[in-house]
Write a protein that binds this ligand. Structure first.
Ligand code: PMP
Length: 283
């Protein structure tokens, strides 16, 4: 693979970052993951907007406008001949001798790499996800997309060790989100229930896209929190993320959702999401 580090494209074996990088020592870094299908970028602009917001909230002095991030994304796709998968972009506060006080004026470290993955025909989309719930023990600024991913990584590993696919995290009796996805349910009345945006969850780009056209799929959107029992009793449940698109949830804590198979509402939303993304790919 060819990767990108601070302005250079080079083979992954030759790429390196300082051991004093703030991203490594303090998770003082933000990231974005953009899906690639048919060789094009999905929702690139929305990811850039969220990146700018994350950088602003942490006061990391990197100006995405001044750097040609789209050009770098394009070059990396071309150099790796990537048709389907993802591009990962991470920006840390940069390199400084280890100190809890954040340094000022250090040039941020910028890395990008690609991963080839089957997204359109992902097995989980056909099969559906089995979920368990766990307390949400993350910090309270989950709206900032930082690389502090220890807890979500522990939760995903807990799920796999338990023989299921993922964890939905719960706080004050309500589902916040999945370990790397937003959580949604569809009620018997055809309402799409999803937790409102706040500091409690990541403001998912896929979530926003789905809510934009839910009405076309005959779903009324209601933004309110929901609990585990309500999710278990829902007609359908699904997760959204840039790389999983819209993925059905078929079981929560051993309890089947609906008839325990991926439902028609989720399938419609997934198909629409893919069609819409294809119409707007950025090359
Ligand atoms: N919540 C969390 C905690 C995530 O890590 C992700 C994926 N990055 C999402 C939600 C989904 O966001 P998006 O649709 O922008 O990928």
């Amino acid at each position: 693979r060819i990767v990108h580090v601070n302005g250079s494209f080079l083979p992954e074996e030759s790429a390196s970052l300082s051991i004093f990088d703030r991203g490594l020592l303090f998770a003082d870094a933000v990231y974005e993951v953009t899906a690639v299908i048919d060789g094009g970028l999905v929702d690139f602009e929305a990811h850039q907007q969220r990146l700018r917001r994350s950088l602003g909230e942490l006061d990391i002095a990197f100006d995405p406008e001044a750097e040609d991030l789209l050009g770098i994304h394009r070059q990396l796709l071309q150099r790796n001949d990537l048709r389907e998968g993802l591009i990962y972009l991470q920006i840390s506060r940069g390199v400084a001798d280890r100190d809890f006080v954040q340094p000022r004026g250090t040039p941020p470290s910028v890395i990008l790499f690609t991963q080839a993955l089957p997204l359109l025909e992902a097995p989980a989309a056909a099969r559906g996800l089995r979920i368990i719930t766990r307390p949400d023990l993350r910090w309270h600024r989950r709206d900032i997309k930082t690389t502090q991913l220890l807890y979500p990584s522990m939760m995903k590993s807990t799920a796999v060790a338990a023989g299921v696919d993922d964890v939905w995290m719960v706080e004050n009796g309500e589902v916040t989100e999945g370990s790397s996805s937003n959580a949604h349910i569809i009620t018997a009345e055809g309402q799409l229930i999803t937790r409102p945006l706040s500091h409690d969850i990541l403001h998912g780009i896929t979530r926003a896209a789905v809510l934009d056209y839910a009405a076309e799929a005959d779903l009324e959107v209601v933004e309110r929190p929901f609990g585990v029992a309500e999710a278990q009793a829902a007609r359908e449940a699904f997760a959204t993320s840039a790389t999983a698109f819209v993925t059905p949830v078929v079981e929560i804590n051993g309890h089947p959702i609906g008839d325990g198979a991926p439902g028609p509402g989720t399938r419609r939303i997934r198909e629409r999401y893919i069609a819409r993304s294809r119409e707007r790919l950025q090359y």
